[in-house]
Design a protein around this ligand. Structure first.
Ligand code: SF4
Ligand code: SF4
Length: 102
């Protein structure tokens, strides 16, 4: 196998094929992971809107979308979903960040 030279590599900062994040497993280096407590979920979809990756699984087949859980292969443990998850409706948030056991 011959090594690529610098001029053979794609230019930094360019995404040659957009929308390809789902093809990569990017969740293997996180320290914290969101824990989903389904009984506290009001299915507002804030987590799905704010997640910077494709890590929120929803069922959009019905009249309203339903939060299904976290796709750990893609979750980076950034905690944005837990920050945006509103606790007001049921008193407790449906997403809480916990330290991941490796
Ligand atoms: S942000 Fe929280 S309440 Fe809203 S859909 Fe996600 S888990 Fe459920
Ligand atoms: S912790 Fe970050 S990457 Fe993981 S599901 Fe929440 S918002 Fe998405």
């Amino acid at each position: 196998m011959s090594l690529k030279r610098a001029q053979d590599l794609p230019e930094a900062g360019i995404i040659p094929e957009a929308g390809n994040a789902a093809e990569f497993t990017t969740g293997d280096w996180r320290t914290y992971v969101p824990e989903f407590v389904v009984e506290n979920c009001i299915h507002c979809m804030f987590c799905w809107i704010y997640c910077p990756d494709s890590a929120i699984e929803i069922d959009a087949s019905g009249e309203k979308p339903v939060m299904k859980g976290i796709i750990l292969d893609h979750c980076k443990g950034c905690g944005i979903c837990a920050t945006e998850c509103p606790p007001a409706a049921k008193g407790k948030a449906a997403l809480v960040m916990v330290r991941e056991e490796k």
